[in-house]
Write a protein that binds this ligand. Structure first.
Ligand SMILES: [Zn+2]
Length: 197
């Protein structure tokens, strides 16, 4: 385990000692780029189609300052929603179990749950920003006819690309518990071993 995984390597050893099988999975950046590129094209098509249907013309935001403020707010909300999603089923104190931060090397914000999460909690947490800021905002934007919210929801769809891929990977690998990976787009899967005696 690398030095970026401080705290997690100890946990993995502990889990191996307790009879768990440990697997590390991550999604290659090239795959993420291909999926993100495809989704960007799809988002632009959705954007143009909805704009034409609702307002008869395509709308583009003009103020860079307000766009930057919106993006900053959305990034913070996105990470907060991960934290809420991870802990929504159980009353867990965030202090000591959740870490928010900014990865300088890869230039992204993160919210990481420091302990092994049951698969269902991981899936809820991974999907929460997509459900609220993606689908939720999209529905609200159509109901109230807000161009800005529609744009925000589409940007949030794109911001959730990695989350959706991790969700899919977690469902496919189906471990009992998941440890979030601190640096890669990936996770450490813990499987309960059923030993016949
Ligand atoms: Zn996310």
């Amino acid at each position: 385990m690398g030095k970026n995984e401080i705290g997690i390597s100890w946990t993995i050893k502990g889990f191996e000692n307790r009879g768990f099988k440990v697997e590390k999975y991550n999604i290659p950046i090239s795959t993420i780029n291909i999926v993100a590129g495809t989704l960007t094209i799809l988002s632009i098509i959705v954007w143009i189609t909805v704009c034409r249907l609702l307002w008869g013309h395509v709308f583009f935001p003009t103020s860079l300052i307000s766009a930057t403020i919106y993006v900053a707010i959305m990034i913070v909300l996105h990470e907060l929603l991960h934290a809420i999603g991870f802990t929504i089923r159980r009353r867990i104190k965030w202090k000591g179990s959740i870490k928010f931060g900014f990865n300088l090397n890869r230039l992204f914000c993160y919210c990481i749950y420091l302990k092994p999460l049951p698969l269902i909690d991981y899936l809820i947490g991974a999907l929460f920003p997509f459900a609220v800021l993606g689908i939720g905002l999209f529905v609200i934007s159509i109901i109230i006819g807000s161009k800005l919210l529609l744009l925000a929801s589409i940007c949030n769809f794109l911001a959730c690309t990695g989350d959706l891929m991790l969700f899919h990977l977690a469902v496919k690998k189906y471990p009992s518990l998941i440890l979030e990976h601190p640096t890669d787009v990936g996770f450490i899967a813990l499987y309960e071993q059923h030993v016949d005696q």
